[in-house]
Write a protein that binds this ligand. Structure first.
Ligand SMILES: Nc1nc2c(c(=O)[nH]1)N(C=O)[C@@H](CNc1ccc(C(=O)N[C@@H](CCC(=O)O)C(=O)O)cc1)CN2
Ligand SMILES: Nc1ncnc2c1ncn2[C@@H]1O[C@H](COP(=O)(O)OP(=O)(O)OP(=O)(O)O)[C@@H](O)[C@H]1O
Length: 189
């Protein structure tokens, strides 16, 4: 399947999940995440989920990592719509956030974290394949950003659905995940 077909199909499937099931699957996904053994983390890049698009709420996974790494700093994506660019900005969880053009909460103020400092990146996605390639909303924000991160930064995706077999039109800009967590499985690529 090609990215556009996968994107459409999985966005639709995700929007069809009912609220109660969404909560159950979110809890199962968090249980899966807890089983993952990760090295010590200084800098995590997380994201603020778009509930209106049924994105997985990663905050429980932030809390799990924070329990294991008490000094860990968390950064959040801030996009530059014109440049299709993105920065990691560090603020406290109770810091100031404002909604961007896409209704996603972004930090106001805070320090920019150089992408090279990030140890773990939670990567939003719509679908992924058995090789760890992903599709998002199709603007390439994450692909551009991940290209600036250390090759050994651990990229983790979350999905309510299992992997598709093979996304055909992968290009040189696509950066694969290291792990994808689902309610029933941990994929390691
Ligand atoms: N929670 C979360 N934060 C994130 C992302 C994400 O996927 N999820 N991103 C991951 O990249 C970046 C934002 N990227 C986005 C790209 C497109 C659309 C979107 O809604 N596009 C519309 C078209 C709207 C328009 O062009 O004006 C659409 O797809 O219908 C949203 C976010 C950074 N932060
Ligand atoms: N590092 C890059 N430099 C230039 N163009 C890029 C880069 N990364 C991705 N692109 C381009 O951005 C476009 C969108 O890519 P793609 O369809 O893979 O987005 P996506 O992974 O679904 O989106 P996102 O990363 O925002 O979640 C493609 O045309 C791709 O070639």
């Amino acid at each position: 399947m090609i990215k556009n077909t996968v994107r459409k199909e999985f966005l639709q499937r995700r929007m069809n999940i009912l609220e109660e099931e969404l909560q159950q699957q979110t809890a199962l996904l968090a249980i899966s995440f807890r089983k993952l053994i990760l090295p010590p983390v200084n800098y995590l890049m997380s994201y603020n989920p778009l509930a209106s698009r049924h994105e997985f709420d990663v905050s429980v996974c932030e809390d799990i990592l924070k329990e294991q790494n008490v000094m860990m700093c968390i950064a959040w994506p801030k996009i530059h719509v014109d440049l299709l660019g993105m920065e990691a900005v560090q603020v406290e969880k109770d810091g100031l956030f404002i909604k961007n053009k896409f209704n996603i909460l972004e930090p106001i103020g805070g320090a920019i974290v150089p992408p090279q400092n990030l140890d773990i990146i939670f990567v939003p996605l719509v679908a992924f394949d058995e090789r760890g390639y992903r599709v998002g909303y199709g603007k390439g924000y994450y692909d551009r950003f991940l290209a600036q991160c250390r090759p050994d930064a651990i990229k983790i995706g979350f999905s309510f659905f299992e992997a598709v077999e093979y996304i055909e039109d992968i290009d040189e800009f696509d950066v694969p995940l290291n792990f994808c967590i689902t309610p029933h499985r941990i994929y390691e690529f």
